[in-house]
Design a protein around this ligand. Structure first.
Ligand code: FMN
Length: 259
């Protein structure tokens, strides 16, 4: 039996319409769950970079949330002054959103990390265990080769020694720049120094292998075949550790903590 052209086009259109309704329905219906999973993933990344859980650990959502709530304190700071800003609710604050809104951000000075806008307020994290400060975490972002990498850097209570680094979103090529996610590469970071003795952000990802932290405290192995992503990581770290990023906050913290 042969169908008319009209029937074939109509049938195809009907199939498309049914599929479109199904896909749109799934996208809308699963939005809340996606948001919850995104939040859980961020919380797990923060806990991992703080060294509270193992890289890639498989934890139930309730375990992640409970550990997060008992050990991570989110705080909002004024990025320019580094002062705490208790007027903003840290639980509801979305820094990436704030960075895009002209009412809550400003144009960033030209920089190698290609950060375009700076949020007026920024989110920082204190990691605590038995009431004692174990690490400080700052959000980091900057351009790699294909797009912006977003992640976290954890510093020891001296605000100089690196505890860990992680990225939760990027567009780098798997196997090349995407090796920023490789646990073996991330394991090279703890113990390196973010700042030199004069307080200048000095940490960099070099081309080729670096020595162990004690001998080569300011350099980390480059990602092979991914010099541009490696350079991007150097640029973004130096930007966020510097005067236009979290430099003022870290300086104030050091002065108050006497470290
Ligand atoms: C398909 C494709 C994907 C690439 N992805 C990346 C990447 O994610 N990060 C990166 O730095 N270089 C990437 N490169 C390589 C860069 O173009 C460039 O050659 C490289 O960064 C130079 O690094 P090297 O000096 O270590 O070889 C990619 C190249 C190709 C052809």
């Amino acid at each position: 039996m042969q169908h008319s052209n009209g029937y074939i086009v109509g049938f195809a259109a009907a199939v498309c319409a049914v599929c479109a309704v199904f896909v749109a329905g799934a996208a809308v219906g699963l939005k809340d769950r996606q948001e919850t999973n995104r939040l859980l993933d961020r919380q797990q990344k923060v806990l991992t970079v703080a060294g509270l859980i193992e890289e890639g650990a498989s934890l139930a959502p309730a375990e992640i949330t409970s550990l997060y709530e008992s050990s991570i304190e989110q705080k909002i700071i004024d990025l320019e002054t580094g002062e705490l800003d208790p007027a903003v609710d840290a639980r509801k604050f979305d820094q990436r959103k704030a960075s895009k809104d002209p009412a809550t951000s400003r144009v960033a000075p030209e920089n190698l990390a290609k950060v375009m806008r700076l949020p007026n307020q920024a989110l920082v994290f204190d990691v605590k265990k038995d009431g004692e400060l174990k690490a400080l975490i700052i959000p980091i972002e900057g351009y790699g080769l294909w797009g912006t990498l977003y992640g976290y850097l954890a510093l020891a209570p001296d605000a100089r020694t690196i505890v860990g680094i992680t990225f939760y979103s990027h567009k780098e090529t798997p196997g090349l720049g995407g090796e920023v996610d490789n646990p073996r590469w991330k394991a090279l970071w703890p113990g390196r120094m973010a700042f030199n003795e004069r307080g200048v952000p000095t940490i960099s990802v070099k081309k080729g292998p670096a020595g162990p932290p004690a001998e080569d405290p300011y350099q980390v192995d480059g990602l092979s075949g991914a010099t541009l992503t490696s350079r991007g990581v150097t640029n973004l770290l130096r930007f966020w550790l510097g005067e236009n990023g979290f430099g003022p906050y870290l300086e104030k913290y050091r002065a108050q903590a006497g470290v």
